[in-house]
Design a protein around this ligand. Structure first.
Ligand code: UDP
Ligand code: MG
Length: 316
């Protein structure tokens, strides 16, 4: 066989949290695709994000039979964002792809994505054009979130964008140069720029296992996204404050005039209590917004590591 002189290495990063059921399907699928792409070499970098099932031992088994398989196992669950970061930091490839283990990010798209890199695109991203198979309420809030964040933030976030993407070494290095602790990858990818090609596909359901994202977890993720890429909520709370000052000023004037004209009849305390509740509610809400930013700043200043390794295929 004639060896292609300049064989590019593609790193496939796969964050795994309790994915014992899906990894075998994934491995079969990705190696099938890799065989089709004859002018590339591959490494499969699985990040075991503190799984409580047999994920790690399965990965070790694959490593025994296939030296292209690499793994990094975290000391506990650090979250998908940390897994992505660890993957990017440790990937050796000229190109790096991010993929979920559950085959919701079809590996079969990879040859097409790689073809675009040869046309000069640095960053090939994917988005779902349908949310079929997802609970309607979840789709509704997801859409709402994208509307809000795109209003509030200068960094554009595409509705339905997945984390599934193929990027060049340049893009990987750019992402790694963003040293923040509170990582919101969807925003970071958009922030670094580069020519991005979007590939669209219909939603695919998990091959096995269950989603790790409860509604509550998604809600917190959404708040993280907004606070990481916009300071507009802080401005809003200031505007709200000014608005309430104005309203109370007008109300005081009205009360003074009323007292002078009609005397001072006792009464109106129920409305008073309502107003009191409302205004203190608004105050607490604004304090909460400030608290969000303060907590983020607090965590950034600690400079804690984004993830901690328990073992890898090299270090045991
Ligand atoms: N994941 C992870 N750490 C977590 C949660 C999820 O590494 O704390 C991984 C998970 O194993 C999967 C990917 O992130 O490969 C996407 O998770 P999931 O399929 O549960 O999310 P969904 O596709 O439903 O948004
Ligand atoms: Mg999934």
């Amino acid at each position: 066989m004639k060896m292609v002189k300049d064989m590019k290495l593609i790193s496939i990063i796969v964050p795994c949290y309790n994915e014992e059921e899906t990894i075998p399907y994934f491995y079969e699928e990705i190696t099938k695709v890799a065989k089709q792409m004859k002018d590339c070499k591959f490494e499969y970098l699985f990040i075991d994000d503190g799984s409580k099932d047999k994920t790690l031992s399965i990965l070790k088994e694959y490593r025994k039979i296939d030296k292209d398989v690499r793994y990094i196992s975290f000391s506990r669950n650090f979250g998908k964002e940390a897994a992505i970061y660890a993957g990017l930091e440790n990937a050796k490839g000229d190109f790096v792809a991010l993929m979920d283990a559950d085959l919701q990010d079809p590996p079969s798209l990879l040859p097409k994505m790689y073809a675009y890199t040869q046309e000069g695109y640095e960053n090939i991203a994917t988005r779902r054009v349908s949310r079929k198979g997802e609970p309607p309420i979840r789709s509704f809030f997801a859409r709402l979130f994208y509307k809000i964040i795109n209003r509030l933030s200068k960094v554009e976030m595409v509705d339905g964008a997945r984390d599934y993407r193929l990027m060049s070494r340049k893009v990987v290095n750019a992402i790694l140069s963003l040293q923040e602790y509170n990582r919101y990858s969807k925003g970071l990818f958009s922030f670094v720029g580069f020519e991005t090609k979007w590939i669209e596909y219909k939603n695919i359901n998990r091959v096995a296992g269950e989603t790790k994202w409860s509604f509550w977890r998604l809600l917190i993720y959404a708040v993280d996204g907004i606070t990481a890429f916009s300071t507009v909520p802080l401005v809003l709370s200031a505007i709200l404050g000014i608005l309430f000052c104005l309203i109370s000023f007008i109300a005081i004037l009205i009360i003074i005039i009323k007292t002078i004209v009609y005397g001072d009849p006792v009464g109106g305390w129920p409305s008073m209590v309502c107003i009191l509740f409302f205004v203190s509610g608004v105050q607490l809400f604004c304090l909460g917004i400030i608290g969000q930013y303060l907590s983020k700043t607090y965590l950034e200043t600690k400079h804690r590591p984004i993830y901690l390794i328990k073992e890898t295929e090299e270090i045991k």
